[in-house]
Design a binder for this molecule. Sequence first.
Ligand SMILES: Nc1ncnc2c1ncn2[C@@H]1O[C@H](COP(=O)(O)OP(=O)(O)O)[C@@H](O)[C@H]1O
Ligand SMILES: [Mg+2]
Length: 140
Amino acid sequence: MATITSHSPAETFAQGRALAASLRAGDILALDGDLGAGKTHFVKGIAAGLGCEGDVTSPTFTLVHEYTAGRLPLFHFDFYRLESADEVLRIGLDDYLGVGGVIVIEWAGKFPALLPAGTRWFHLRAGDGDTREIEEVQRA
Ligand SMILES: Nc1ncnc2c1ncn2[C@@H]1O[C@H](COP(=O)(O)OP(=O)(O)O)[C@@H](O)[C@H]1O
Ligand SMILES: [Mg+2]
């Protein structure tokens, strides 16, 4: 995926939905970008693209939302409120990595060392007005 310019929340959603078509079990997507950059809209599109629309999120978890009604299970994490790598380990990221679903992590750049090689990184950036750039970046 090259850099894409989105002009509306719906377009960001549609980009996530389009990306979902190519996702396979075990894929890990790491999203970075400031508050309001569109990360959550992008994830909602991914969920829709996997067929998870209307799925109920588990109220048991505050740091991971599980969408299990689609083509592949989607585990949606957000590191925003986490302050240490220890906390990430405590929510069981490692367990999810082995399940064979798709993992998407907002604010992944806070703890990049916890993510395995092969993780795909996306940077989202707010521009003028409703413009948002979505860029897939190569990261070692
Ligand atoms: N092109 C766009 N793509 C996504 N969100 C947009 C866009 N233009 C405006 N917005 C607004 O920006 C905010 C993005 O919120 P959200 O997806 O929760 O971002 P994040 O998860 O990165 O904090 C929403 O209020 C949305 O309506
Ligand atoms: Mg968000």
